[in-house]
Design a binder for this molecule. Structure first.
Ligand code: MSS
Length: 363
């Protein structure tokens, strides 16, 4: 058996037993550690870094961190201290890696083999991007994208465009995006992007740029590799290219979190989580027979808004034997999870209900 990996220094404060450590840059929440709460506790939240994180010292005095805002009528460099005087809001939203569910692709999609745990529901506090942009005279004419740049120090000797974390999202995201300095009511750690993070509710993880140091309203998407060819949906065997769909708005998704492997016969509570990306959820159905018959589950706890996930529960009488338990979420626009996968080269955006089910041995 493989030696259990320890947590890297920059994430040493996390709850080791709640996580699967894939590498120093990738840790996911154990399916059984997701729990039934509306918010994922910070010490259980997954971590994914494309580059080594900046040192913890960047969050010692968060208010002096600078972010340059460009592509607006009056471009400016602002500190986090300045931003804190421009407005504040709190939004609950799901942070999910584009590759969550990659482990289910049979072609062996390259990248971290995430199961279900590269996701969590987080409370973000910061200034609405819209307030900042309005204070700077609004976006420049012709702006179609918001391009955010991460503040990592880039290794020498490599073309920066091939490694920099710089992501463009369409300007429609300005209505909901925020520049966050708190996560779950605490100052944002450097592990999760402190002192300042671009948060785009309902968009895949990669667009939520950590240690953000530059925000630009641009006519075109950045030509950084992570945007131009990375995080693009394409058929198996095809290279990434700018004309393929980018990983922006998340699709509707759910999965069961308990029971996972075994249960006692009789009354059981089936738990899970569900979310609709940028669209509010309508309902979750649960099947105890692998998708032949379905029954509507009940949402648990408060509704924290359209970008949050909703834990759900369904009481079930389980007789002894093997049961394939699956869940299927539907959003308020009528989109439901499909049964199968959309096969794609890098294993992105998997929301098929069949693969996400669990087989439980009931005795
Ligand atoms: N940011 C930066 N700066 N860097 C990096 O690397 N990554 C991404 C985001 N952001 C990065 C950033 C990703 S990719 C993800 S998922 C996220 O982040 C995660 O988060 P956390 O906090 O959990 O770690 Mo996939 O789509």
């Amino acid at each position: 058996a493989e030696e259990p990996k320890s947590l890297p220094d920059y994430a040493a404060w996390k709850e080791r037993n709640a996580l699967i450590v894939h590498s120093a840059n990738t840790m996911e929440t154990q399916r059984g550690a997701i729990g039934n709460g509306v918010i994922t506790s910070s010490d259980r939240l997954f971590v994914r870094n494309n580059l080594p994180a900046p040192p913890a010292s960047v969050t010692e005095n968060p208010d002096i961190w600078e972010v340059r805002i460009e592509g607006v009528k009056n471009p400016r460099t602002l500190t986090v201290g300045d931003l804190k005087k421009m407005g504040v809001t709190t939004v609950a939203s799901v942070l999910q890696c584009s590759g969550n569910g990659r482990a289910f692709f049979p072609h062996g999609a390259s990248g971290t083999q995430w199961s279900v745990g590269a996701a969590g529901c987080i409370m973000w506090t910061g200034v609405p991007l819209k307030d900042v942009v309005e204070a700077l005279g609004g976006p420049a004419d012709g702006a179609r994208y918001i391009t955010s740049t991460g503040g990592e120090t880039l290794p020498d000797g490599l073309d920066p465009k091939t490694i920099i974390v710089e992501r463009s999202v369409p300007t429609r995201a300005m209505e909901t995006a925020l520049l966050a300095w708190e996560m779950n009511d605490e100052p944002l750690t450097h592990t999760h992007g402190g002192p300042l993070r671009m948060v785009v509710p309902g968009y895949y993880g990669v667009n939520n740029v950590k240690y953000v140091k530059n925000i630009a309203f641009t006519e075109n998407q950045t030509d950084a590799k992570i945007q131009a060819s990375g995080y693009r949906i394409r058929e198996v065997g095809v290279k990434g290219a700018p004309d393929q769909p980018s990983m922006w708005e998340m699709n509707v998704k759910s999965w069961v979190t308990a029971p996972l492997e075994t249960a006692r016969s009789g009354r059981n509570m089936i738990y899970g989580v569900a979310f609709g990306g940028t669209v509010a959820l309508e309902k979750v159905d649960v099947s105890l027979d692998g998708g032949k018959t379905w029954k509507q589950a009940r949402f648990l706890g408060p509704d924290l808004g359209p970008y949050a996930w909703r834990p759900f529960v369904m009481a079930a009488d389980l007789p002894a034997g093997e049961h394939r338990i699956v869940s299927r979420a539907t959003d308020t626009q009528g989109n439901s999870q499909p049964e199968g996968r959309t096969e794609n080269e890098r294993g992105y955006g998997h929301n098929g209900w069949s693969d996400h089910g669990v087989t439980v041995a009931v005795s």
